[in-house]
Design a protein around this ligand. Structure first.
Ligand code: GTP
Ligand code: MG
Length: 285
């Protein structure tokens, strides 16, 4: 759990050793709960990545995202609350407020320590953070470089309840390849476009056909205006071509097959504030 952009999805991917959740340098990249299953010898950990909790954007999609995050609080045995270096903001405070209702152990992970310049400020910061909630542990980590992640894993293991494993040892997520393909396309859009546009974009897989030698995917990119459509397509189609190439590359890696990916852009004004449209795009618990 944590506010947007602190590195939750990067952490999930690093702990799993595989990319399950999309990441970008823009806040509000993750829109759904994403489950990653990690089975090692007698431990099975089901990591749940959540959208960043925030209160600046208030459309239907943002309400959905906040709900997807906060509803997770009561479904888990352990919470890892993530903060970004020495920053403590109102949004962090907002997350802590919702954590106050949780009854399970809460581990505080201070992420991106690879980018802390004034290392001597870390210890006083840790002391300061102890005032906000009763953390079971406080661990400085780098989700990107892997620093201290084994220590974090050990701490999590100590708190795991004894229970039969819920998934087969070779299962890595409960999401379908179809869902993952849509996310990979959205990731390229998040990464390649400027600050505003990514939030106006949704991806819908129209058809996903597995053939003996190839996977054929037709996907719709929904935007909210004709101007946005023009930006996604780019000068003589350059942008959408690049999005398509990068996304296809990732989907081929995931499916270990050749992929034929076709993208179309469609306009539906205010889809992000339209409950029915959101439901049809899979923003539905
Ligand atoms: N330097 C550094 N960058 C990191 C680290 N962890 C994550 N990042 C970067 O921080 C940005 C946000 O990472 P995400 O994993 O997408 O963050 P998130 O918390 O999942 O964000 P939302 O899904 O928007 O809530 C990306 O550009 C990451 O590469 C880290 O340990 N060190
Ligand atoms: Mg994320």
């Amino acid at each position: 759990m944590g506010r947007p952009n602190v590195g939750k999805s990067t952490l999930l991917n690093h702990l799993l050793g595989q990319k399950i959740s999309i990441t970008s340098d823009k806040p509000q990249t993750t829109r759904h709960r994403i489950t990653g299953i990690d089975t090692r010898e007698n431990h099975q950990t089901i990591f749940v990545d959540t959208p960043g909790i925030q209160n600046t954007e208030k459309k239907a999609i943002n309400r959905y995202m906040n709900r997807a995050a906060t509803s997770t609080l009561f479904d888990v045995d352990i919470i890892v609350f993530i903060v970004d270096r020495l920053v403590w903001s109102e949004e962090d405070q907002l997350v802590v407020k919702s954590l106050a209702h949780a009854t399970c152990p809460i581990i505080l992970a201070i992420n991106k320590v690879d980018r802390i310049v004034e290392k001597n400020k870390l210890l006083p910061h840790i002391q300061e953070l102890s005032r906000h909630l009763r953390w079971t542990n406080i661990v400085p980590i780098s989700a990107k470089s892997g620093h201290n992640l084994e220590e974090l894993r050990q701490i999590i293991n100590k708190h795991l309840p004894e229970r039969p494993h819920l998934y087969d040892a070779d299962q890595i997520t409960d999401r379908s390849e179809r869902f993952m393909a849509a996310e990979m396309i959205r990731e390229k859009i998040m990464r390649q476009l400027g600050q505003e546009l990514p939030y106006k974009v949704a991806v819908e897989i129209e058809s996903y056909t597995q053939e003996p030698e190839i996977v054929r995917i037709d996907a719709l990119i929904w935007v909210e205006s004709a101007g946005q459509k023009k930006i996604i397509i780019g000068q003589s189609g350059d942008r959408i071509k690049k999005i398509g190439i990068d996304a296809r590359h990732d989907i081929e890696k995931m499916t270990e097959q050749k992929v034929m990916l076709k993208l179309w852009v469609k306009v539906k004004s205010s889809w992000s504030d339209d409950d029915r449209m959101l439901k049809s795009l899979g923003y539905d618990e």
